[in-house]
Design a protein around this ligand. Structure first.
Ligand code: NAG
Ligand code: NAG
Length: 336
């Protein structure tokens, strides 16, 4: 018995209906897909990006690529290339600037990622989180970043960046934190950094080559976390303290800061106070015994003097946390 014309028609329609969802499943925006394929090519077609295949949906299983499912535009909004390996020294692909809906960009722990930060990033007018860390990226932290007004967090830790901190970053209205640890950044902390918006709560610049006097304008900030350890900064870092601030961590170790610790107030939320290896003077204030959350504390190798306040968490730290001062005494050091 042969298949009738009618049966053929039904078969054809059924086949169409059944295969249509497979075609429609490619949600990827064609411009985004083209940009991603250019990025892959600019990275030297690394084997870690073998899932980036032109014949598949970039919103469905391309390593490190996510699309906007909330608004159902399916534009690429997150690119995370953490941990991929490049065959040879390669710059950050300029075509990343052709993903206009990007909110998150993470270029972290990428072997052989080098060169400078490209100015095509300024085309990313929705970019909120920019992470470039543990790479060989060099050059300066560019001034043009301050034109990306949507930026919330900048993390450029552990690269090979050098030169001055861009003063213009303080004009970014939504910026919450900068994390620039472990580079070769030099020069002074710009005094404009005292005028970050009130949302700005985290400044970590440790292990760089920053020098000069800490600007007094920083007293305007209410930082939850500040880490300036391992630089060559000098001056009165008491501007970072204050009993009315919400500070949790103050790390100033290994600089040349000099101020009277007896005159500073401490946030009741303080959990970390690392002041080792500076030129801090005065007597440890009794208010330190009131800090309920204090769990990391080191004031060794300063010019402190007088009795260590007894009580609170202060005797939980061993003698090494107080060693190398001018004339500190009392538990855990020998009695006065
Ligand atoms: C993409 O996928 C198709 C079908 O699975 C395959 O034939 C092709 O070789 C792939 N292309 C690349 C560049 O991997
Ligand atoms: C405090 O710092 C000194 C000097 O760097 C170090 O030897 C000591 O181990 C530190 N102690 C604690 C408890 O962190």
């Amino acid at each position: 018995m042969g298949i009738t014309m009618k049966q053929l028609l039904v078969l054809a329609i059924t086949t169409c209906v059944l295969t249509y969802p497979a075609l429609a499943a490619d949600k990827c925006n064609p411009q985004d897909k083209a940009a991603l394929l250019r990025i892959k090519s600019q990275l030297g077609n690394p084997s870690d990006l073998s899932t980036w295949n032109a014949s598949t949906d970039c919103c469905g299983g391309w390593k490190g690529v996510s699309c906007d499912t909330d608004t159902q535009t399916y534009r690429v909004n997150n690119l995370d290339l953490t941990g991929i390996t490049l065959q040879k020294a390669t710059s950050i692909p300029p075509s990343i600037g052709d993903l206009p809906s990007l909110n998150f960009l993470t270029l972290s722990q990428i072997t052989n990622l080098a060169g400078t930060i490209p100015n095509t990033l300024t085309k990313l007018t929705k970019l909120r989180y920019l992470y470039i860390s543990h790479t060989s990226v060099s050059g300066t932290i560019p001034d043009f970043l301050s034109s990306i007004k949507t930026l919330v967090t900048l993390d450029f830790s552990y690269n090979k960046l050098s030169g001055a901190l861009p003063a213009s970053l303080s004009s970014l209205p939504n910026l919450v934190g900068i994390t620039f640890d472990g580079n070769s950044l030099s020069g002074q902390i710009p005094s404009s950094y005292g005028s970050f918006s009130s949302q700005f709560t985290s400044m970590t610049l440790s292990q760089n080559k920053l020098s000069g006097v800490i600007p007094t304008s920083l007293s305007n900030l209410n930082l939850a976390i500040v880490d300036l350890s391992g630089n060559s900064l000098v001056g009165d870092a008491s501007v970072l303290f204050g009993a009315k601030k919400n500070t949790q961590k103050i790390a100033l170790a290994k600089n040349g800061f000099a101020f009277d610790i007896g005159k500073v107030g401490f946030s009741s939320n303080l959990n970390t106070l690392d002041l080792r290896n500076n030129g801090i003077s005065g007597t440890l204030p009794q208010s330190l015994t009131q800090l309920k959350f204090l769990k990391r504390f080191n004031v060794s190798y300063n010019s402190l003097c007088g009795q260590i306040p007894q009580g609170g968490n202060l005797q939980r730290f061993d003698a090494y946390a107080y060693a190398g001062n001018k004339c500190l005494c009392g538990s855990p050091l020998p009695s006065c």
